[in-house]
Design a protein around this ligand. Structure first.
Ligand SMILES: [Zn+2]
Length: 360
């Protein structure tokens, strides 16, 4: 199994798929899954791939989906994987792309090698790294499974069962330009921003809520009263209402600080995804725990303050959690994965599919 698994993984990372340019990779996977697994493949209008693989020795059991994302971060062009001392890494000038092709390789190997399995729908999304846009636009009518696993975190024994509501604020403050030597007619947008930001809490608000002003950009010249400032800010909370309250407070702070001096604040507030959590007692989580324990690891669940494809799909009505593939150093040229860890990830998935035939 090892050679085939590593070959599979290396052949995947050799196909470039930086975010926005995933189509060749999706096409290659479609051809491969059709040929190798006899999968029934559909690429949806957004470019995501859904590949349905028929059940084997496990009829009448609810289908399961297994998901991974096609895209990688930069620098991800011309990745050349090197296997040395039981570790796979890139030649050093690019990322490796284990995030998330190790997840995908583990999925495909697990499906191919499971002694029995329910119907499996392999979901390969686009644009995960740039706002989870593939999962947000995934054509759910292509799925028959209502529960599944996204294989896209580092830790092999942990199951990510929930995530936050995440609000993004794009703020434009418009004051009035004037020459610095004749400032009376001007309204400084920079000063409005400076007055607004202390009006709301920032950093860690409580154990499940955070807020951040990430960028501020404005003014044009030293000797001019700055007319515009643009700010990108965000907040997140595992409790939806807390995120909404904080986001509204931030919006109001900019609007009021602007209003105080006759400037205007145009605030674009949007919610990227909504907090949810899959129950510890659900079949989805229990099956994952059993599979992790069966391969000799101590299963653990956690919630994170980041978005995942699983969170987006949970928000769209599916039961989805995140499992690990065992990689390290994602999003850097030091990214690597131990062969033994990739094998373990595959074992977990294979065990999970086989066990699901017993539990239903
Ligand atoms: Zn990822």
């Amino acid at each position: 199994m090892t050679d085939r698994l590593i070959d599979r993984f290396c052949s995947m990372v050799r196909i470039d798929s930086e975010s926005g340019n995933e189509a060749p990779f999706i096409e290659a996977m479609k051809a491969r899954l059709e040929e190798e697994l006899g999968a029934e493949c559909t690429v949806d209008a957004h470019g995501n791939l859904v590949a349905r693989v028929a059940a084997k020795g496990c009829e009448g059991i609810d289908p399961i989906f297994l998901g991974a994302h096609a895209d990688t971060v930069k620098p991800g062009i011309g990745i050349e994987p090197v296997v040395e001392d039981g570790v796979v890494q890139s030649k050093g000038n690019t990322i490796l792309g284990a995030d998330d092709k190790a997840g995908l390789a583990a999925i495909v190997e697990a499906v191919a090698s499971a002694s029995r399995r329910p119907t499996v729908e392999i979901v390969i999304t686009r644009g995960e790294e740039v706002g989870l846009v593939g999962a947000k636009n995934l054509d759910l009518s292509l799925l028959t499974a209502t529960r599944g696993y996204i294989v896209d975190s580092d830790s092999l024994n942990e199951i990510v069962i929930g995530g936050p509501t995440h609000a993004s604020l794009d703020v434009e403050i418009v004051g009035k330009a004037a020459h610095a030597a004749f400032p009376e007619g001007g309204i400084s947008a920079i000063r409005v921003a400076a007055n607004a930001i202390p009006r709301f809490q920032e950093g860690r608000l409580d154990d499940e809520t955070v807020a951040n002003v990430g960028t501020i950009e404005g003014g044009a010249i030293r000797n001019g009263v700055p007319e515009t400032v643009k700010i990108k800010a965000e907040c997140r909370s595992l409790t939806h209402e807390k995120c909404v309250t904080q986001a509204e407070a931030m919006k109001r702070a900019f609007e009021e600080a602007a209003g105080d001096v006759g400037a205007t604040a145009n605030v674009d507030l949007r919610y990227e995804y909504v907090a949810s959590k899959v129950s510890e007692d659900s079949d989805t989580v229990r099956l994952a725990k059993d599979a992790i324990a069966a391969v000799g690891l101590e299963p653990a669940t956690r919630v994170i303050l980041g978005g995942t494809d699983a969170l987006v799909l949970s928000g769209r009505g599916l039961d989805a959690v995140v499992l690990g593939f065992g990689g390290k150093g994602a999003h850097s040229v030091d990214e690597h994965i131990a062969v033994a860890d990739l094998e373990k990830a595959t074992d977990i998935l294979r065990t999970l599919l086989e066990m699901s035939c017993e539990t239903g």
